[in-house]
Ligand binder design. Structure first.
Ligand code: NAP
Length: 247
């Protein structure tokens, strides 16, 4: 018998990285998992690795139409939701002086507005005793170069975690955040030129109290804990950063 048998889980941005690792952990434990992403091919590849029981929905967190449609599809496919992992996000490293309005808007839309309305639209489907986990970032409490707008988007999400936790409490729904430090998912390589990405990885590794990056599976375990086991915890942010925000 699986630890998560009978549980229904929705993971935005579940086709790679942290979302994928969490989908694998929960699906392996017996949960019925629905993942989203913007790209059909990436979702199909993820489903192939996760097993055919995993449901996939193409949905862009930046599109209100997609967010509304996602709620309809989740209702049809799962009925109710026991854990909602709002994880889809983008990183853009741009020095403050050269930040453009378009990139700023993209960061705030995908990383803050999208998650907010995803929770709003899926809230009616959240079962009593269920929980929401949002992915913030260690940079929301650290000043790091070229990440000011990204950090602001994640700080908004951290703040929302408290407010949403308060508003969903009467429905017996907990809302928490995970705050990852540098995790080896390839997100940096996908968001900047290879040389710059490697330089940042080297700096992050050297600056980490544990002198290493984290693994996606280490994040997945924390998400599963907050989602299903941390029954006296709401409004909190759980760092998974090798001590970077604390030491
Ligand atoms: N890795 C780290 O070091 C780290 C540290 C702190 C915080 N985080 C946060 O953790 C989350 C996951 O990051 P990751 O490293 O796992 O990145 P990743 O491997 O690039 O995965 C991101 C996932 O989100 C999806 N996605 C991206 N934009 C989307 C959008 N607009 N709508 C829907 N889905 C979208 C991607 O699929 P498509 O591209 O196909 O849409 C993919 O499934 C992000 O919120 C990121 O900011 C990561």
């Amino acid at each position: 018998m699986g630890k998560y048998d009978g549980k229904s889980v929705v993971i935005t941005g579940g086709s790679s990285g942290l979302g994928f690792a969490t989908a694998r952990l929960l699906a392996d434990g017996g949960a019925k998992v629905l993942i989203t992403g913007r790209t059909r091919a990436t979702l199909d590849a993820a489903r192939e690795r996760l097993g055919n029981g995993v449901l996939t929905v193409v949905s862009d967190a930046a599109s209100m139409t997609d967010v509304n449609d996602l709620a309809d599809q989740v209702k049809t496919e799962l009925g109710q939701v026991d854990a909602l992992f709002v994880n889809a996000g983008v990183t853009r490293t741009v020095p403050f002086e050269s930040m453009t309005e378009d990139v700023y808007d993209e960061l705030l839309t995908v990383n803050a507005k999208g998650p907010y309305f995803t929770v709003q639209k899926l809230a009616p489907l959240l079962s009593s005793g269920s929980s929401v986990v949002l992915t913030t970032s260690v940079v929301n409490v650290l000043g790091m170069p070229a990440l000011s707008a990204y950090a602001a988007s994640k700080a908004a999400l951290r703040s929302m975690t408290r407010g949403l936790a308060r508003e969903l409490l009467p429905r017996n729904v907990r809302v928490n955040a995970i705050s990852p430090g540098p995790i080896d998912t390839g997100i940096l390589a996908r968001s900047m030129p290879a040389e710059a990405a490697q330089q940042m990885v080297d700096e992050l590794t050297a600056g980490s109290p544990m002198l290493r990056m984290g693994e996606p599976d280490e994040v997945a375990k924390a998400v599963a804990f907050l989602a299903f086991e941390a029954t006296y915890t709401t409004g909190a942010e759980f760092p998974i950063d090798g001590g970077a925000s604390q030491l």
